[in-house]
Design a protein around this ligand. Structure first.
Ligand code: ZN
Length: 323
């Protein structure tokens, strides 16, 4: 079995969440390994000097080496035969850095202009701070048809299936933008013209493609990727096994990255509640964890998981040391 993360930003401490939990579970499931893809883009540093890989290797000698393979040639990227790809020309909302790139007044109406997350109340891009303007341009969009086929893959926790089905019925109403006008580093050819593929779609495809080729694998990521899951299923025409973590809130990242491996994992697993979307890491547990570290590490070492649904057994109750 393999657990896989979407390409991570190694400079972003939040990437530690799927990596640490993935490593922990991979350690507990016989013959399981964790594959971590690295996003190859230049990434701003949130905590100076922080790097996920260095953090893991400095604190823990992993049985499962972090793999940073992220190389599917976008030219060979294959979309589902049921989607319609078309070239569109017209007006786009754009900012100089290229993070804001939204086509057509239709989409603006659909999302509500002020609800577009990348644009602030002063009509400026939240990434570059420059004014967003309306410019002429071209790009590729995909329109998906309704797909009522049942999902064959394993989704954990299973309550997520409903949410995905709801997106699967809503998404075909909205065209999905496939390309960007800025140089994203990923060129695709369509009807003998070249375009730059959207980097998020590239990252999703790399991970899904890997998962499809390794049938016993599961993607591990946050609950906020439910929309992506639904989008990928429509775009690529297949489904994959997936573990959706709750949205884990860590208020003090500086404190978290200074913990040792066991403390960090214990804090994470004790925050897990699989029925809720939200989980909050409670640093007040740290005192208890440190006082009982030997017992808890012993409990962690003895634990084994036979199958993914058994992951639900590991939650806040893990800190209960009574036999
Ligand atoms: Zn911008």
């Amino acid at each position: 079995m393999k657990l896989i993360t979407y390409p991570i930003n190694p400079k972003n401490p939040a990437a530690l969440i799927p990596v640490l939990l993935g490593l922990f579970w991979a350690n507990k499931i016989e013959g399981c390994e964790l594959i971590v893809f690295r996003d190859i883009h230049e990434i701003p540093k949130k905590i100076p000097g922080f790097d996920v890989e260095t953090w893991i290797k400095g604190k823990y000698d992993p049985k499962f080496i972090l793999t940073t393979h992220n190389s599917v040639n976008p030219v060979v990227l294959s979309f589902s035969r049921t989607i319609r790809i078309s070239r569109i020309e017209g007006k786009w909302l754009r900012c100089p850095c290229g993070k804001v790139e939204i086509f057509s007044e239709n989409n603006i109406k659909l999302f509500g202009y002020n609800k577009i997350k990348m644009i602030d109340e002063y009509n400026k891009c939240v990434a570059c701070g420059e004014v967003v303007s309306i410019l002429e341009g071209v790009g590729l969009i995909a329109e998906c048809s309704l797909n009522n086929e049942a999902i064959k893959s394993i989704l954990f926790p299973s309550i997520i299936t409903k949410e995905i089905q709801s997106w699967l019925s809503k998404l075909p109403e909205t065209p999905i933008m496939l390309t960007r006008s800025r140089d994203t580093g990923y060129k695709i050819k369509w009807e003998s013209q070249e375009y730059y593929l959207d980097p998020t779609i590239y990252n999703l495809y790399v991970t899904w493609d890997y998962c499809q080729k390794h049938k016993d694998s599961y993607i591990v990521s946050g609950r906020d990727t439910v929309l992506f899951y639904s989008m990928c299923r429509l775009l690529f025409g297949f489904d994959v096994n997936h573990i959706f973590l709750p949205k884990i809130n860590i208020e003090n990242w500086n404190l978290f990255v200074n913990l040792n491996f066991e403390e960090a994992v214990l804090l994470l697993i004790s925050s897990l509640n699989w029925k809720n979307n939200q989980a909050i890491v409670s640093f007040s547990d740290l005192q208890f964890i440190r006082r009982n570290l030997l017992l808890l590490v012993d409990k962690m070492e003895k634990l084994s998981i036979n199958d993914v649904p058994e992951i639900s057994k590991i939650n806040r109750n893990f800190l209960n040391l009574r036999q």
